[in-house]
Every structure is written in C-alpha cells, then in structure tokens.
Design a protein around this ligand. Structure first.
Ligand code: G3H
Ligand code: ZN
Length: 256
C-alpha cells in the first residue's frame, strides 16, 4: 500500500529513530501489532546514520509494506533531494523560520521535485501556533500533501505541563486545508494519550510525530540498566531499554 492510501485508512505514528535500539524497538512493535507506521530522521539523525545506511537497513520493511520512510524537519535542499532519489516515501520541508513568501516559494519547489518522483511532501506554515487563514493559503499556494500544525501541541515534553490540544482550532485547520490534505501533529510526546486518541478518532490528524518520549525513556532505561547489569554483553545491557521503548511504541499504536 502506498503512503497516500495508508493516510486515507488511518492515522500513522511517525517515530524519530536515533539509533539501532530505537529502530529495533519500533520495527518489533510493528511486527507485533501490524499497525503501519513511519520511521523518520531529522537532519541531525541523517548525519549520524548516513542516509544510505538507514535506507539499506529499513528498505526490506518498506518493500514488504507497512513501514514508511520520512525526513523530518528537513531544511537543506541536498538532504531532501537525496531522500527523494533514494526512495523515501515522504519528506517534511520545514521553512517555518523563513519569511512567509520565501517559505511558500521553497515549499513549492520541494513539492514539484518530490511529486515528480511520487513522493509526498509535508510543509510547515508556522511554528508554535498555526493560524487557520495562513494554513489555507499555504496549502493552496504550495500543493503540499500534509500540513504540520500547532494547536496547543509543542515540541518536547514536560510531565508537569501537559500540552492540551485546542480541538476547535484543529477542526478549523482541517476544514481549511481541505479533504485531500492531512494534518500532522508535531510534538506528540507531551500531549495526553486521551487527547491524541480523540484527535485520531475524530479524524483530525493523519500523522502524529513522536521523539522526546523515546529519548527520555532511552536515557532512563540505560541508566537503570547500567546500575543493574555489570557484565559486558551489550545486548543484555540494552535489552530492557529496547523492551521499554517497544512497550511505549505499542501503547501509542494502540490508540489508532
Ligand atoms: O518532528 C518531530 C516531532 O514533532 C517530535 O516532537 O519530541 O515533542 O515528540 P516530540
Ligand atoms: Zn516536529
């Protein structure tokens, strides 16, 4: 199934993949649940993995179906171009810190290049809070497939300050971008699970991005494991880390 069809069927979680342990946890959660998902790399993560390395490792899952590849918050042309040529399913171009017209012009260029290769594009009109009129104009002028939106959600995660979604704003944004365009909820880590579930069930979003939750889980579990396991077998040391990550991923996948 192509990614465009997968978005019509359901909302997909998109997980940033720092390293092999995170990748193993996410792919094994996919094997267990059968729920389609996206594995994605930010430009920092691309630098760490090497795009070809990551593609060669994940390609068998992509080919079998159900696992899709994305570049997250890409802003440099060579990275986006390479991902499109390599066989990624989508790219997110983040021009939200550019002047408005420049963001539109550059996003359009990415859309032209990506669509000519059958690759989907996510664009980002504004960081922090997305205005309904701006989202509509941005979609109309760029032709993106997905719009990254902020309506109470933000990047990062502070357990003391959960991010509450503004559902009427999300509904207005969905209406503004039209039937054929999906909304991506960034900063999924800090949004309470019930609110993520509601946004998915009400079909307001087709993609939810998760990064910080996995990073926090990873650090905490590595520290615990180092304190408990004194041996040299790295696979023993990392096993509880992988298992905790996998549980978190499965819990999120169960919401969709
Ligand atoms: O693009 C990636 C995400 O928006 C991740 O946000 O780190 O708050 O989960 P998060
Ligand atoms: Zn993001």
């Amino acid at each position: 199934m192509k990614l465009k069809e997968a978005f019509k069927d359901s909302c997909l979680f998109a997980f940033n993949i720092d390293d092999f342990v995170v990748l193993k946890a996410v792919l094994e959660a996919f094997e267990e649940t059968g729920k389609p998902l996206i594995v994605q790399l930010s430009e920092g993560e691309v630098n760490w993995w090497g795009m070809e390395n990551f593609f060669r490792i994940t390609f068998p899952w992509q080919k079998r179906g159900g696992v899709f590849l994305n570049i997250d918050h890409g802003s440099s042309w060579p990275v986006l171009e390479k991902a499109i040529q390599q066989g990624f399913d989508m790219v997110h171009f983040d021009g939200s810190d550019l002047p408005w017209e420049e963001n539109i012009a550059q996003t359009r260029r990415v859309v032209e290049m990506a669509h000519s290769q059958g690759v989907l594009v996510e664009g980002e009109p504004q960081a922090d809070w997305t205005e309904v009129k701006k989202a509509a104009e941005f979609q109309r002028k760029t032709g993106v497939d997905l719009v990254a939106v902020f309506a109470g959600n933000r990047h990062g995660m502070d357990p003391q300050k959960p991010e509450h979604l503004d559902f009427s704003q999300l509904r207005a944004l969905k209406e503004a971008v039209g039937e054929e365009t999906g909304l991506t909820l960034h900063g999924g880590s800090g949004v309470p699970l019930e609110e993520l579930e509601r946004a998915i069930k009400e079909k307001l979003v087709v993609k939810v991005n998760i990064n910080t939750l996995l990073r926090i889980t990873y650090r905490e579990e590595v520290e615990k494991s180092l304190a408990h396991y004194q041996g040299l077998r790295i696979y023993e040391l990392m096993k509880p880390v992988k298992e905790s990550l996998q549980e978190k991923v499965k819990l999120l996948l169960s919401l969709g």
